[in-house]
Design a binder for this molecule. Structure first.
Ligand SMILES: C[S@@+](CC[C@H](N)C(=O)[O-])C[C@H]1O[C@@H](n2cnc3c(N)ncnc32)[C@H](O)[C@@H]1O
Length: 413
């Protein structure tokens, strides 16, 4: 009886916080004691919508707080693992001055804990309701010192001095000048940047005339609104159940022909490349490698249940896809044996055999030459910069304010 009542007891918020911190530590997301202390102290559930259970508030997952008329999330409390990564790599110290773009309150409270009473935290959000909610929740949770500003974050926020860190918590396709202009020379800019449809949370620091990334992590964030709004092109292949995202001006496709291609036979190929639990995270670099090729490319997102039997991509949110105007080939990953998975490809349309063959060749090249290297160098330059010619494989992502370069290490044969 006593045992039964113990196992069914609802978890307290404090217990749930400790469990979350243990989880984030054991998975390697938290390494710094001050970040662990912040996650232990801030009551995440007070920032969640009314009615959110303690279990959901402290699951290692995103909590959606607001949706647009189309049902898509426009605001959320980001997943703890991602917040831990951002706060850790921002290198915050007591007394630091930090600007957050995109509010909610919880992340700002974590930052406030780390920078302490001598630090400064300002959070900017474009949505007045988010601002009001964040202000109220911060007050309730005991962080009245955090200032929440209602404005478009592309302008940053001018205050008494430069920022030691700018943390952007909304997907950006470009870096507006204010974010770097307002950053202290040794400051860090942590930003989820979309590059050819692949969003990576980059930790950037100044390297003379450009910024260089010291960390890059695959992630998804709600889309930027306001002046920085720049959604990628969407090609629905089966309504919203299978959508191809095109994020460059050079990839031209015939949406009708691609939709029709899915009615035809599926070409299936397998590579010799395998992954296991210990190196599964290298797949992020394969995605960028495939995106780096000078050829038509898109990112496929599917509803697995609703497209079962038709599509089975390696990743349901961000699957790399090679294209012609009427054919496509996406990456697959199937169980090989009890511990490993095998990479392959599925193709549709008249060029499916060629595209799947190319996909496998590129996957093998990545495995043999680039996989062990820990991913490419990512640098961000002012728009219009002429970078020196290089023999190295490089993807350039030109945007209005910046030119991002994804450069693959030299290989020795
Ligand atoms: C993922 S939420 C922020 C999460 C939050 N930092 C937390 O504590 O977890 C993204 C926020 O960015 C906001 N946003 C979108 N575009 C913006 C812009 N141009 N300037 C400022 N905020 C923006 C949205 O209104 C939304 O509240």
């Amino acid at each position: 009886m006593a045992l039964g009542s113990r196992t069914t007891k609802t978890m307290t918020a404090a217990d749930a916080r400790l469990r979350l911190v243990d989880q984030l530590r054991s998975q390697g997301w938290i390494t710094r004691p001050e970040v662990a202390a912040a996650f232990t102290a801030v009551p995440r559930h007070l920032f969640a919508p009314t009615g959110t259970s303690i279990e959901s508030a402290y699951a290692n997952d995103v909590v959606v707080t607001r949706r647009g008329s189309d049902g898509k999330a426009t605001s959320s409390i980001s997943a703890p693992w991602l917040q831990a990564h951002m706060v850790e790599t921002a290198g915050l110290t007591p007394g630091a001055r930090v600007l957050e773009i995109g509010s909610g309150g919880y992340n700002a409270a974590l930052i406030a804990e780390v920078v302490g009473p001598t630090g400064t935290v300002v959070s900017v959000d474009i949505d007045a309701q988010v601002v009001t909610h964040a202000q109220q929740a911060l007050e309730r949770a005991g962080y009245p010192q955090v200032e929440v500003v209602h404005a478009d974050g592309v302008h940053g926020h001018l205050a008494d001095g430069l920022w030691d860190a700018v943390l952007v918590t909304v997907e950006a396709s470009d870096l507006p000048p204010a974010w770097t202009d307002q950053l202290a020379p040794a400051g860090r800019l942590v930003v989820p940047l979309r590059m050819r449809g692949n969003t990576r949370c980059l930790t950037l620091h100044s390297a003379g005339d450009h910024l260089a990334a010291t960390a890059s992590l695959q992630c998804g964030f709600v889309a930027m609104q306001g002046h920085g709004r720049n959604p990628a092109r969407r090609v629905p292949l089966r309504g919203d159940d299978a959508v191809l995202t095109l994020d460059d001006d050079t990839t031209a496709t015939n949406a009708e022909a691609l939709r029709a291609a899915l009615d035809g036979p599926r070409v299936e190929v397998a590579s010799t490349v395998t992954l296991d639990e210990t190196n599964m995270d290298t797949i992020e670099s394969l995605h960028l490698w495939l995106a780096s090729q000078p050829r038509p490319y898109g990112v496929l997102r599917v509803d697995r249940d609703r497209t079962a039997g038709l599509l089975n991509p390696q990743d349901r949110f961000f699957c790399p896809t090679l294209l012609t105007s009427d054919s496509l080939a996406y990456l697959t990953m199937d169980r090989h044996d009890t511990t490993t998975w095998q990479l392959g490809g599925h193709g549709f349309g008249p060029y499916a055999p060629k595209l799947t063959g190319d996909l496998m060749e590129l996957t093998v090249a990545w495995d043999q030459q680039y996989r062990a290297g820990g991913g490419p160098d990512i640098t961000v330059h002012p728009a219009g910069t002429r970078l020196p010619d290089t023999e190295r494989m490089r993807l350039l992502v030109p945007r209005r304010h910046t030119l991002t370069a994804i450069t693959w290490p030299e290989t020795h044969h």
